[in-house]
Write a protein that binds this ligand. Structure first.
Ligand code: AMP
Length: 144
């Protein structure tokens, strides 16, 4: 399965981005409101400059306490996130996420953000694919 198909299945209306000069407390509010675990950081709303995950906030809270909530997103984000494109396979994306130990990946086309896939999206797609393969194989064995 391709990233393109995963994005289609997800539907929705685009990707939420935040800017690097936003306060971490506002980013945390957005994560909570949207019930998501990561936000793409973009100065111009199109090129992914970084990614801010709930893990970055939790790590900083543990190290520095609640003062980190008034930091800027640029201070906590991971710059230059690993991205994929819509022609990448779900397997390739899953290995990159597993190797890099992260769960979010912005999808870009010509350097511009067109979506985001999470490890949950990719695993869901892979499980559906495996279930279809199993049904097809069972059908062949049973002669349907
Ligand atoms: P996550 O598992 O995605 O919540 O993030 C774990 C850590 O990896 C955090 O420090 C994130 O900022 C970072 N991270 C998340 N996604 C990416 C990515 N696509 N490329 C590089 N780092 C990332």
């Amino acid at each position: 399965m391709l990233v393109q198909q995963i994005l289609q299945a997800k539907g929705g209306d685009g990707v939420i981005t935040i800017t690097p000069d936003m306060e971490v407390s506002d980013a945390a509010k957005l994560l909570a409101e949207r019930r998501i675990g990561g936000l793409v950081v973009s100065e111009d709303g199109s090129k992914p400059d970084g990614i801010l995950s709930e893990r970055d906030i939790v790590r900083s809270l543990a190290m520095r306490g609640s003062t980190c909530l008034s930091d800027k997103v640029r201070d906590l984000m991971t710059p230059n996130p690993v991205c994929c494109n819509k022609q990448d396979s779900s397997d390739a994306v899953l290995s990159r996420m597993t190797d890099g130990r992260f769960r979010h990946m912005p999808v870009v086309e010509d350097g511009k953000l067109i979506g985001i896939v999470t490890i949950g999206d990719v695993v869901k797609a892979r499980l559906e694919e495996l279930a279809m393969e199993k049904d097809a194989l069972q059908g062949m064995i049973m002669g349907h």
